[in-house]
Design a protein around this ligand. Sequence first.
Ligand SMILES: [Zn+2]
Length: 154
Amino acid sequence: MALTFDPRCKKLLQEEYARLKYFNGPLCSIVEGLSAYVSGLCKKDVMVTCICRTQARNDEIYACMKEKARPKPRKTAHSVYAAIDLRSRGLEKHIPAMLDWLNQYNSSNANPTKSGRTAFFHEVNGHGPHFHVQYQLKTIKQKPLTKMHAKQVR
Ligand SMILES: [Zn+2]
């Protein structure tokens, strides 16, 4: 069981995934970890359906939604290698467990969703229900060693 790519745009997704690995390795590690977790749960593949999406395309997708339901225009994490979508078909009964697994990364996430999470599950008009996983590893700035610290270290 493995991480697979939507056969309708497999080549494109594989290329995007290679770039995602370069720009956001920790997000790839999470998704690969999820794939291993799902293999343990039910011996099924996890399929990537979207990595990159331009802001214009994103606005287009949400424009079809009724005004009330439409989220406030927001910069999509898909335009900056910070998000990945995963298909949920065939994994329905594992959705809560998969979300819990993904959201264990919330506290190290520098770019969570508006609600502070790493992942949520949704359906956007006709695009099929899917997991949206959004992550950027927090970096910790190291302070230079002060004289006092240096003394304590000795
Ligand atoms: Zn998404």
